[in-house]
Design a protein around this ligand. Structure first.
Ligand code: HEC
Length: 156
């Protein structure tokens, strides 16, 4: 079981400036093929996620969007908007502003996309206690030293 399965934590309820944007954003997520890289559930495990490199040849992984507190570019709505539509130069995360689909959509749909990304994280930052972390680490890291299962589960 994951800590914050999509739909459970915030079923279409990301409140962005008083609006509930996330439901429409979920459709756009698929139309815009975000899942290719970020995975169906936004965990950074899409089909093209492995073996990605940045412009300097360094390995890079699509962000796990289910834990906004680790976003490099911030997690305020405006930050996420900037990440998506400005892009992260030098990485496979290109600006989405110029893709054909986005040029046909309006500002409202862009914020719906932002709302959906925010809805992938729990409302409050989960607290992971040290003893829980140790217990879960063994389950999570496989014999190869690679992560074998999803997010660590915390208790609030
Ligand atoms: C071609 C693969 C690819 C596609 C398609 C893609 N992304 Fe990304 N995305 C990435 C990668 C790789 C990163 C991480 C870059 C880094 O950490 O330097 C990223 C980062 C992000 C971030 C920033 C997280 C942070 O750390 O600040 C957001 C938000 C995001 N993506 C949302 C989206 C959304 C929404 C879509 C669909 C409209 C999308 N991405 C499509 C590859 C992709």
């Amino acid at each position: 079981m994951s800590l914050h399965p999509i739909g459970d934590a915030h079923p279409c309820s990301s409140d962005l400036e008083g609006h509930s944007y996330a439901c429409e954003g979920k459709k756009l997520w698929h139309v815009m093929l975000c899942q290719w890289c970020h995975g169906e559930e936004g965990r950074g495990d899409g089909q093209t996620a492995r073996d990605m490199t940045d412009d300097w040849g360094h390995p890079v992984r699509p962000a796990d969007l289910t834990y906004k507190w680790l976003f490099k570019n911030g997690y305020e709505p405006k930050d996420i908007y900037r990440s998506i539509f400005g892009g992260l130069n030098g990485t496979p995360m290109q600006s989405q502003s110029t893709t054909v689909q986005w040029t046909q959509l309006g500002e409202h749909e862009r914020w719906e996309m932002v709302g959906y990304v925010l809805s992938l994280s729990p409302a409050a930052r989960p607290v992971l206690h040290l003893r829980d972390f140790a217990a879960q680490r063994d389950k999570r890291i496989g014999p190869s030293g690679r992560v074998v299962s999803g997010s660590l589960q915390g208790t609030n």
